[in-house]
Design a protein around this ligand. Structure first.
Ligand code: AMP
Length: 213
């Protein structure tokens, strides 16, 4: 089953996508990760999007639709998880067309609801393992005193360039202006399931499992 995880920055989409990958052999397609990889590789496209991403604005629909189109041609494992895509109505329409071209459909759109104060405190406290991407939070899940990642033993941890209060404000504004209309769009299509994204990671994972049944 192909699903979309929909929610504002910091809602926990990446964390929950990683759980679904482990538990259901699904394939996570995160346009944010793809764009960060392009930025790190120094490719022409990466250079083009770097400043836009650091400022917290959305890159063009054309670029992200192109990235997703490439991935849909590959293996879909236990289904695709779209994480951070679509973020505009044009992207949502394009995704519908692409899935149709590949003879498949969307199984569900899971909206993860979290209040804005919680988002700000989550994002300004978060970091990830540089090797495996395991997520940490200075308050709720600090990096172990050993300095080693609990998942892979890695010792390098990183913070995202756009995880600061100023970029976050822009990212939230972009979300409310351009992405939140997708909630109504998928509700009207009958695909929307909403979960409370505020609980413990395992509680939210349980809610998502129930929503996917
Ligand atoms: P994320 O990791 O999903 O929070 O994405 C990080 C940044 O990448 C966003 O703030 C945007 O600049 C860019 N980005 C990721 N996905 C998209 C998308 N679907 N549409 C436009 N920009 C995106």
């Amino acid at each position: 089953m192909n699903i979309i995880l929909l929610g504002p920055p910091g809602a926990g989409k990446g964390t929950q996508a990683r759980i679904l990958v482990k538990e259901r052999s699904m394939i996570q397609l995160s346009t944010g990760d793809m764009l960060r990889d392009a930025k790190a590789s120094g490719s022409e496209m990466g250079k083009k999007v770097a400043a836009i991403m650091d400022a917290g604005e959305l890159v063009t629909d054309e670029i992200v639709i192109g990235l997703i189109a490439e991935k849909l041609a590959g293996d879909n494992g236990g289904g695709f998880i779209f994480d951070g895509f679509p973020r505009t109505l044009a992207q949502a329409d394009a995704l519908g067309d692409l899935l149709k071209e590949h003879g498949t459909t969307l199984g569900a759109v899971v909206e993860m609801r979290v209040d804005d104060d919680e988002l700000v405190s989550r994002i300004t406290a978060r970091s990830t393992c540089g090797d495996c991407g395991e997520g940490y939070n200075d308050i709720s899940k600090p990096i172990p005193a050993s300095g080693k990642c609990t998942n892979c033993g890695g010792t390098e941890f990183k913070r995202r360039a756009d995880d600061n209060e100023e970029s976050l404000r822009t990212r939230l504004m972009e979300y409310y202006k351009k992405t939140s209309p997708l909630i109504g769009y998928y509700y009207a299509k009958g695909d929307l399931r909403s979960v409370n994204g505020l609980g413990e990671i395992t509680e939210v994972a349980g809610e998502i499992s129930t929503a996917l049944e």
